[in-house]
Ligand binder design. Sequence first.
Ligand code: FAD
Length: 380
Amino acid sequence: MVVLGAGFGGLELATTLAASPESLEVILVDRAEGFVFGYSKLDVMFGRAAPDQVLHGYADLVNPGVRFVSAEITAIDPVTRRVETSAGPFEADVLVVALGADLDPSATPGLLEGGHEFYTVPGAFAAADALAEFPGGRVVVAVTSTPFKCPPAPSETALLTHEYLTSRGLPADITLVMPLGTPIPPSPDASIAVLAAFEERGIDWVPERLVRALDPARKVAILSDDTELPYDLFLGVPQHKAPRVVAESGMTVDGWIPVDPLTLETAYPQVYAVGDVTSVGTPKAGVFAEGQASVVAARILASLHGSPDGTEYDGRGVCYLEFGTDQVAKVDVKFVAGQRPIGALIGPSAELAADKTAFGRDRIRRWFGRDWVSAPSTGR
Ligand SMILES: Cc1cc2nc3c(=O)[nH]c(=O)nc-3n(C[C@H](O)[C@H](O)[C@H](O)COP(=O)(O)OP(=O)(O)OC[C@H]3O[C@@H](n4cnc5c(N)ncnc54)[C@H](O)[C@@H]3O)c2cc1C
């Protein structure tokens, strides 16, 4: 079993396969130093955690059933299931592509020169420094293209920026530019709660628009409708695309890997894809990647016995939503192909902030075989 990518999807899949009583050789390949939860980027950005507190090094992955290979994947042949890497080739009986979405800040003119992106690990850590030095003023939080990971994250960033600045006695004039019509489209209740929180804090909500460029000299963001927004600090979500090695493999259609939404099978026999790299129809978020990985693991294990497994992906995920001031909500969402997605709001409350910390701790214990002792908690 060769699993490409040790992110949310790849770690869940490799761990589940390795825990089965079958004697499987599970090879997990990733080029990064370690895993960082998406939401941990916000913890670092807003001073709740130090960078080394949120990086889970692959060198310390303790799972005797998983062979972790630290390497760059340079070519994937989905027909022969042969993968070329900087650590040599691998030939898989079953191949799973869990390589996520790559981020391209340079694709938005002016973003690197005149603003900050907070979606890559180095970008979020650099944004932490920029926020720490910021004397307050006009902040624009904006999305630059679709699709983008974790659709609630820009709203959380606007709310947490407000908390961060006002708790330091600094002026906070915050605008959020989003391509969506409501903050959390599948959950009207969550959208109402988020919009109310924006109104209470005086955060300007600019829906159904993107920022297509920055003019660093004039410090203005140029929107998709050609209007301009002046800023003192710009926090942007950069353009997303499938990793180059995936695009070059010929597996993508319209930029992402199409899969059967119930089984996560690609068009190639014994090749699956999970998570952000697919166009499965759920938002790009870790909880969906994890749910898809569980289904793929169940199907692979069943097929080893020659009995096709009936497990199908149900499109469900529970996302946490930070409101700031130690308040966290949960949105329980379900995406079923051909149906309108539905999502229920639970909270926000301080109890759910503790729940979120436990969620992260549980994953690290299962995936890495050790405790996340220094897990940041939302409350301070
Ligand atoms: C600010 C922010 C907040 C977020 N908050 C949440 C949240 O609260 N809840 C949630 O569910 N999701 C959240 N997300 C989204 C979540 O992080 C991603 O959707 C999730 O990690 C996707 O999982 P994945 O397994 O598809 O890909 P990833 O976790 O991105 O893993 C892909 C892996 O592939 C590796 N890789 C890529 N190319 C190569 C190559 N050529 N060679 C070797 N390795 C390679 C990468 O190093 C990476 O480790 C957030 C994201 C951000 C940016």
